[in-house]
Ligand binder design. Structure first.
Ligand code: GLA
Length: 368
């Protein structure tokens, strides 16, 4: 990988003298969807797909960004205008991180960056958080600033919220910055207490399936859900004073809520929080049937109560569930498109992939 990137770097920037390599993983969320901005628990894991960067520091005070397979190239002075600009497309991510760091007083050095991504863009595997965390880590490293990974995650969430304009929670940036091989992270998004837990599924494997139904978070209803949850919490606080976060509310509050829409959103949050705890227990016992059942329940809740699945994700998970080697399946990430996961017996994986792809294609015309 490094050799390949070095060759590409040379053709982009003329020389590969003094380049350094960095890498950040994407993440998949096993369960705990739309809980991070509701103070709940999530269970993401870093994955081997991710974004690599070859970087050559320079003393010119100019940041140059390019990425294999992306048309846009960017050239920004570290002391110049780093404001968000629609036409800068993906370049807004590294630029936004640079602007945030400059605002915090981190000394920015110039550098030539070439990125190479194996993460499908906008697919629910955190390509945005991945490039943010990667660039934050690199710029801090080049500026001899501390690289505390929790701090980096918090900074990048701020970039996403305030610069990109998506009201996401902390899950993606945290998972990208703090992942550990063969482990998921049980993250309490209210306190940021995190436990790395081994992913034990015996003869079963988590399969990540890309629906190839595109979405971008900023365009989707993500911010609408965020707002509904804020309204939901406001109501819940009136019914059960002292409730700090929606995820810690009790199901009893629902009987006092008359707004059917908000009731559904709140029910998803409360029931999903319970499923995270159950899944953690099932993982510890290596109970593939129980995990699969919880994946299914999570998907149905996201479909019926939170309403973020849509036909493609419902179709793909249905097709997966219909295969005898699969114990359960759900969408992962924000929803509205992107990826799903399934838990599948290792001996049936090939057949599972073939049959699931076919059924999904026949139903939607899309190729997973
Ligand atoms: C996106 C957001 C996360 C989280 C998930 C849904 O990935 O960036 O913060 O809210 O959706 O669980």
């Amino acid at each position: 990988m490094k050799d390949f990137l070095a060759v590409k770097f040379k053709s982009e920037y003329g020389t590969d003298d003094g380049i350094r390599f960095f890498h950040a993983p994407g993440r998949v969320n096993l369960i705990g969807e739309h809980l991070d901005y509701n103070g709940g628990h999530v269970l993401p894991a870093a994955i081997s797909l991710g974004i690599s960067a070859a970087v050559r520091p320079n003393d010119s005070g100019i940041l140059r960004f390019a990425s294999l397979g992306m048309e846009e190239r960017g050239k920004f002075s570290v002391s110049g205008n780093l404001d968000f600009k629609e036409s800068d497309a993906w370049l807004n991510f590294p630029k936004g991180v640079a602007k945030m760091l400059r605002g915090k007083g981190v000394t920015l050095h110039g550098g030539d960056f070439l990125f190479m991504s194996t993460l499908p863009v906008g697919s629910g595997l955190s390509s945005s958080a991945c490039i943010e965390v990667l660039v934050d880590y690199i710029l801090r490293t080049l500026g001899n600033a501390p690289t505390d990974r929790v701090q980096i995650a918090l900074e990048c969430k701020k970039v996403e919220n305030e610069y990109i304009g998506v009201n996401c929670g902390i899950m993606d940036q945290y998972a990208v910055a703090n992942g550990k091989k063969d482990h998921a992270m049980l993250l309490d998004c209210g306190t940021l207490a995190c436990e790395h837990i081994p992913v034990q599924t015996g003869d079963y494997r988590f399969i990540i399936m890309n629906s190839n139904k595109k979405r971008t978070l900023a365009e989707s209803d993500f911010n609408v859900r965020f707002k509904e949850c804020e309204e939901g919490l406001f109501l819940v606080k009136q019914i059960a004073p002292g409730t700090e976060q929606l995820a810690s509310a009790s199901l009893d509050v629902l009987q006092h809520i008359t707004d059917e829409n908000l009731k559904k959103r709140i029910r998803h949050v409360i029931t999903e929080e319970a499923r995270v705890r159950k899944t953690t227990g099932a993982l510890a016992n290596g109970d593939a049937e129980a995990i699969g059942q919880l994946l299914n329940e999570s998907h149905f809740s996201l479909r019926d109560d939170y309403e973020v699945t849509g036909h493609a994700l419902d179709s793909l998970t249905n097709a997966a569930r219909n295969h005898p080697a699969c114990t359960g399946a759900r969408m992962t990430g924000a929803g509205f498109g992107g990826c799903c996961i399934a838990l599948v017996h290792k001996d049936g994986i090939e057949d599972f992939m073939e049959k699931t792809e076919l059924a999904y294609h026949l139903d939607t015309g899309l190729k997973a």
